[in-house]
Design a protein around this ligand. Structure first.
Ligand code: S3P
Length: 439
């Protein structure tokens, strides 16, 4: 991917209506379950991001026919639980931890060998968290030194249903184990230290697989079948998060975000921003096929720093880059603790945000599991997104509050989760322009 920068600066108040792209987590899962189901699954609102497109390509490499009649739509012709074919080469997950970890569970149960590879960032991310518990079920998966990708998965291993008690709150790990559990003999159960997003459980049930779950627990047995169903993907709350913060911190803003997914395991940022003083109204809430969706009206409001409750951390795990920006624009200090997982995302997000916000004049004291953040953002400058989509978007939002322009370097990976962010943001009022990176 070519290196790309943004030049961001205070623009106009954010106004009008914005529809963010489809949810990444739901799009990945819809493809995977659609592929393993019997019949044709029609997905609407599919995220046309590099991460989800990589997952689609991987499934195609294993013989699944996926049509894309129009952008945002996929018709997945399911091959049934045992219908995948051995791929010819390595399967490239690109930047996507979700793709790799979920597919590791799914591939552990296949009759054929496979290899999962990723880009430079993904190749440094911890995989033992899935490889070890899958190993306890009978899977044989090799990693590179240090427990990082590539993952070499040996096919033809009988899997045994196992009770897992997870050390980290991770929907990716839980989902990998449940997907392996589809192929296991007996019952697979997962207990989490804190509840995480439950899309895999919900979607398995929608595809007709018996699953029992409650916050923090999930269990299923092997030996059933998945039946194709249609999936309506809501707008991604994690993408909406950047607009929620931008409209909150830019005076005069009044923005409507339409069709945003409001799963309670995803909306911790809403709670945190409200505690800081944000003015966000939930309008036209509706529930369709078990998915909560609403429009969010957000108006500018002055913010005050808070201590983010640790219990909220898994419910806003992807929203901390945006929260850090809100904190740097707030009066007083904001304390984040219990969020060590941020250090093993697409980048070390605590370090990346600390360095970026300090460059713009904020004070950020790092801790191993969080930070204390104090504003204001008092200058412009050049900051590094480190190829991490959410760091790039967060720093562009930060630049809406700086007295001078900010160059955000290395932003091309925004296309993994939010293609078109720059033009949507500029259309809503943010000062943001794409610039080729200097040689
Ligand atoms: C995801 C789970 C989260 C999140 C990621 C998507 C998922 O990761 O950070 O962006 O779709 O299951 P962890 O569950 O590992 O925290």
């Amino acid at each position: 991917m070519d290196r790309q920068d943004w030049v961001a600066r205070p623009g106009r108040p954010l106004r009008g209506r914005v529809r963010v792209p489809g949810d990444k987590s739901v799009s990945h899962r819809a493809l995977m379950l659609g592929a393993l189901a019997e019949g044709e699954t029609r997905i609407h609102g599919f995220l046309e991001g590099a991460d989800t497109v990589a997952t689609a390509r991987i499934l195609e490499q294993m013989g699944v026919r996926i049509e894309a009649p129009t952008p945002g739509v996929r018709h997945v012709h399911g091959v049934g639980l045992h219908g995948l074919r051995a791929p010819e080469g390595p399967l490239d997950c690109g930047n996507s931890g979700t793709g790799m970890r979920l597919l590791a569970g799914l591939l552990a149960g296949q009759a054929f060998d496979s290899e999962l590879v990723g880009d430079r960032s993904l190749s440094t991310r911890p995989m033992r968290r899935v490889v070890d518990p899958l190993g306890a079920m009978g899977a044989r998966i090799g990693t590179a030194d240090g427990g990082v990708p590539p993952l070499r998965i040996q096919g033809g291993q009988p899997l045994l249903g196992t009770d897992h008690v997870l050390a980290v709150a991770s929907a990716q790990v839980k989902s990998a184990l449940l997907l392996a559990g589809l192929y296991a003999d007996g019952r697979t159960s997962v207990v989490e230290p804190r509840p995480t997003r439950d899309y895999t459980e919900r979607m398995l049930a929608a595809f007709g697989w018996p699953v029992e779950w409650s916050p923090g627990r999930a269990a299923l047995g092997g030996g059933h079948r998945l039946v194709a169903t249609d999936v309506e993907v809501p707008g991604d709350f994690s993408s909406a998060a950047f607009f929620l913060v931008a409209a909150t911190v830019v005076p005069g803003s009044d923005l409507l975000l339409t069709g945003v997914g409001l799963d309670p395991r995803r909306t911790g940022l809403l709670e945190a921003l409200r505690r800081m003083g944000a003015d966000i109204e939930v309008l036209a809430a509706r529930s369709r096929a078990g998915t909560e969706t609403a429009d969010l009206r957000v108006r500018h409001a002055p913010l005050s720093g808070i201590e983010v409750p640790e219990a909220l951390v898994p419910d806003m795990i992807d929203e901390f880059p945006a929260l850090f920006v809100a904190a740097a624009c707030a009066r007083g200090e904001t304390v984040v603790r219990g969020a060590a997982e941020l250090r093993v995302k697409e980048s070390d997000r605590i370090a990346a945000m600390a360095v970026g916000l300090r460059e713009l004049g904020a004070t950020v004291d790092e801790a191993p599991d969080g930070a204390v953040i104090r504003g204001p953002l008092s200058r412009g400058g050049t900051v590094e997104a480190l190829g991490d989509h959410r760091i790039a978007m967060a720093l562009a939002v930060a630049a809406q509050c700086t007295p001078a322009p900010v160059r955000v370097r290395d932003v091309a990976n925004v296309a993994t989760s939010f293609p078109g962010f720059a033009s949507l943001a500029a259309g809503a009022g943010m000062g943001l322009a794409e610039e080729p990176a200097p040689e």
